[in-house]
Design a protein. Structure first.
Length: 175
Protein backbone atom coordinates (compact mmCIF):
# COMPACT_ATOMS: atom_id res chain seq x y z
CA UNK A 1 0.00 0.00 0.00
CA UNK A 2 1.32 3.40 -0.99
CA UNK A 3 2.30 5.80 1.79
CA UNK A 4 1.10 9.40 1.32
CA UNK A 5 2.84 12.50 2.64
CA UNK A 6 2.87 16.24 1.95
CA UNK A 7 5.08 15.58 -1.08
CA UNK A 8 2.74 13.20 -2.95
CA UNK A 9 -0.85 13.41 -1.60
CA UNK A 10 -1.90 15.69 -4.47
CA UNK A 11 -1.08 13.18 -7.23
CA UNK A 12 -4.07 11.11 -8.42
CA UNK A 13 -5.67 10.45 -5.03
CA UNK A 14 -9.12 9.97 -3.54
CA UNK A 15 -9.85 11.21 -0.03
CA UNK A 16 -12.62 12.31 2.33
CA UNK A 17 -11.76 15.37 4.39
CA UNK A 18 -13.78 15.96 7.56
CA UNK A 19 -15.09 19.52 7.96
CA UNK A 20 -13.58 21.43 10.89
CA UNK A 21 -13.94 25.01 12.08
CA UNK A 22 -12.79 27.66 9.59
CA UNK A 23 -11.03 29.42 12.45
CA UNK A 24 -8.26 26.78 12.28
CA UNK A 25 -6.29 28.94 9.84
CA UNK A 26 -6.73 32.03 12.04
CA UNK A 27 -4.55 30.29 14.62
CA UNK A 28 -2.19 28.28 12.37
CA UNK A 29 0.17 29.54 9.68
CA UNK A 30 -0.30 28.19 6.15
CA UNK A 31 2.49 25.87 4.98
CA UNK A 32 1.51 25.95 1.31
CA UNK A 33 -0.85 28.00 -0.85
CA UNK A 34 -1.88 26.65 -4.27
CA UNK A 35 -2.31 28.68 -7.45
CA UNK A 36 -6.09 28.39 -7.02
CA UNK A 37 -5.91 29.88 -3.51
CA UNK A 38 -6.32 26.73 -1.41
CA UNK A 39 -4.25 26.73 1.78
CA UNK A 40 -2.63 23.72 3.41
CA UNK A 41 -1.29 23.02 6.88
CA UNK A 42 0.67 19.79 7.35
CA UNK A 43 1.05 17.69 10.50
CA UNK A 44 2.74 14.36 11.15
CA UNK A 45 -0.66 12.64 11.01
CA UNK A 46 -2.34 14.50 8.15
CA UNK A 47 -3.28 17.70 6.38
CA UNK A 48 -5.70 20.59 6.83
CA UNK A 49 -7.07 22.22 3.67
CA UNK A 50 -8.85 25.58 3.40
CA UNK A 51 -10.60 25.88 0.07
CA UNK A 52 -13.71 26.91 -1.82
CA UNK A 53 -13.62 23.94 -4.21
CA UNK A 54 -14.05 20.28 -3.35
CA UNK A 55 -14.84 17.21 -5.43
CA UNK A 56 -12.65 17.13 -8.50
CA UNK A 57 -9.42 18.89 -7.55
CA UNK A 58 -6.89 18.81 -10.41
CA UNK A 59 -6.26 15.05 -10.90
CA UNK A 60 -7.78 14.09 -7.52
CA UNK A 61 -11.21 13.52 -5.99
CA UNK A 62 -11.34 15.13 -2.57
CA UNK A 63 -14.66 15.39 -0.79
CA UNK A 64 -15.57 17.45 2.21
CA UNK A 65 -17.69 15.42 4.63
CA UNK A 66 -20.01 17.46 6.82
CA UNK A 67 -23.25 17.02 8.74
CA UNK A 68 -24.62 20.06 6.92
CA UNK A 69 -24.75 20.61 3.17
CA UNK A 70 -21.56 22.18 1.81
CA UNK A 71 -21.71 24.46 -1.22
CA UNK A 72 -18.84 24.96 -3.61
CA UNK A 73 -17.54 28.54 -3.84
CA UNK A 74 -17.84 28.86 -0.04
CA UNK A 75 -14.61 28.44 1.91
CA UNK A 76 -14.36 25.54 4.33
CA UNK A 77 -11.60 23.79 6.25
CA UNK A 78 -11.24 20.03 6.07
CA UNK A 79 -8.85 17.64 7.77
CA UNK A 80 -7.74 14.14 6.87
CA UNK A 81 -5.05 11.72 7.91
CA UNK A 82 -2.32 10.64 5.49
CA UNK A 83 -3.61 7.09 5.82
CA UNK A 84 -6.99 8.17 4.39
CA UNK A 85 -5.58 8.96 0.93
CA UNK A 86 -6.04 6.24 -1.67
CA UNK A 87 -4.74 5.92 -5.24
CA UNK A 88 -7.14 7.07 -7.93
CA UNK A 89 -7.19 5.60 -11.41
CA UNK A 90 -9.70 4.55 -14.04
CA UNK A 91 -7.97 1.27 -14.88
CA UNK A 92 -9.40 -0.67 -11.93
CA UNK A 93 -12.67 -0.80 -10.07
CA UNK A 94 -11.97 0.92 -6.77
CA UNK A 95 -15.26 2.29 -5.44
CA UNK A 96 -18.40 1.01 -3.79
CA UNK A 97 -21.67 2.81 -3.21
CA UNK A 98 -23.48 3.21 0.12
CA UNK A 99 -27.06 4.35 0.65
CA UNK A 100 -28.71 5.79 3.75
CA UNK A 101 -32.41 5.34 3.01
CA UNK A 102 -33.57 7.33 6.05
CA UNK A 103 -31.57 10.44 5.12
CA UNK A 104 -31.80 9.74 1.38
CA UNK A 105 -28.04 10.08 1.01
CA UNK A 106 -25.91 8.24 -1.51
CA UNK A 107 -22.14 8.23 -1.55
CA UNK A 108 -19.20 6.32 -2.92
CA UNK A 109 -16.16 5.16 -0.99
CA UNK A 110 -12.79 3.63 -1.73
CA UNK A 111 -12.55 -0.17 -1.67
CA UNK A 112 -9.92 -0.08 1.08
CA UNK A 113 -12.61 1.00 3.54
CA UNK A 114 -14.80 -2.05 2.73
CA UNK A 115 -12.93 -4.59 0.60
CA UNK A 116 -15.83 -7.04 0.14
CA UNK A 117 -18.25 -4.55 -1.45
CA UNK A 118 -19.33 -4.62 -5.11
CA UNK A 119 -16.90 -2.32 -6.94
CA UNK A 120 -17.21 0.23 -9.74
CA UNK A 121 -14.91 2.54 -11.67
CA UNK A 122 -15.08 6.10 -10.28
CA UNK A 123 -16.96 7.41 -13.32
CA UNK A 124 -19.47 4.54 -13.20
CA UNK A 125 -20.04 5.06 -9.46
CA UNK A 126 -20.79 8.73 -10.05
CA UNK A 127 -23.32 7.91 -12.80
CA UNK A 128 -24.95 5.29 -10.57
CA UNK A 129 -25.28 7.81 -7.77
CA UNK A 130 -27.21 10.15 -10.06
CA UNK A 131 -29.58 7.29 -11.00
CA UNK A 132 -30.02 6.26 -7.36
CA UNK A 133 -30.80 9.83 -6.33
CA UNK A 134 -33.55 9.99 -8.96
CA UNK A 135 -35.02 6.76 -7.61
CA UNK A 136 -34.82 8.04 -4.00
CA UNK A 137 -36.05 11.61 -4.53
CA UNK A 138 -38.73 11.20 -7.20
CA UNK A 139 -41.81 9.04 -7.68
CA UNK A 140 -42.66 9.59 -11.36
CA UNK A 141 -40.45 6.66 -12.46
CA UNK A 142 -42.77 4.28 -10.55
CA UNK A 143 -46.13 5.14 -12.12
CA UNK A 144 -46.17 2.00 -14.29
CA UNK A 145 -45.39 -0.42 -11.46
CA UNK A 146 -48.04 -2.15 -9.35
CA UNK A 147 -45.90 -2.60 -6.24
CA UNK A 148 -45.38 -0.59 -3.09
CA UNK A 149 -43.05 2.23 -4.15
CA UNK A 150 -40.90 2.09 -1.00
CA UNK A 151 -40.31 -1.65 -1.38
CA UNK A 152 -39.64 -1.26 -5.10
CA UNK A 153 -37.33 1.68 -4.47
CA UNK A 154 -35.15 -0.37 -2.11
CA UNK A 155 -35.08 -3.37 -4.44
CA UNK A 156 -34.00 -1.27 -7.44
CA UNK A 157 -31.38 0.65 -5.47
CA UNK A 158 -30.02 -2.59 -4.06
CA UNK A 159 -29.52 -3.91 -7.60
CA UNK A 160 -27.86 -0.64 -8.70
CA UNK A 161 -25.43 -0.85 -5.79
CA UNK A 162 -24.67 -4.57 -6.10
CA UNK A 163 -24.58 -5.36 -9.82
CA UNK A 164 -23.50 -4.19 -13.24
CA UNK A 165 -27.07 -4.29 -14.52
CA UNK A 166 -28.36 -1.11 -16.10
CA UNK A 167 -31.33 0.69 -14.59
CA UNK A 168 -33.35 -0.32 -17.65
CA UNK A 169 -32.52 -4.01 -17.11
CA UNK A 170 -33.41 -3.80 -13.44
CA UNK A 171 -36.76 -2.12 -14.10
CA UNK A 172 -37.65 -4.76 -16.70
CA UNK A 173 -37.18 -7.49 -14.07
CA UNK A 174 -40.02 -5.95 -12.04
CA UNK A 175 -42.61 -5.88 -14.84
Amino acid sequence: MKHYTKSNFFKHTFCDFIKVENSFFDENKTHFKSASGSQYYFTEEGVYRYSNHWGRVANCKWRLVSESRVKNQEYHVGYTKWTHFYPLNESEKQFYISVDYDKKRVSFHHKNTHPKAFLFFASTAQKRIVEIQKILYHDNWAKYFNEDIEVLRKQIVYQLVNSNKTLQEIKLEFH
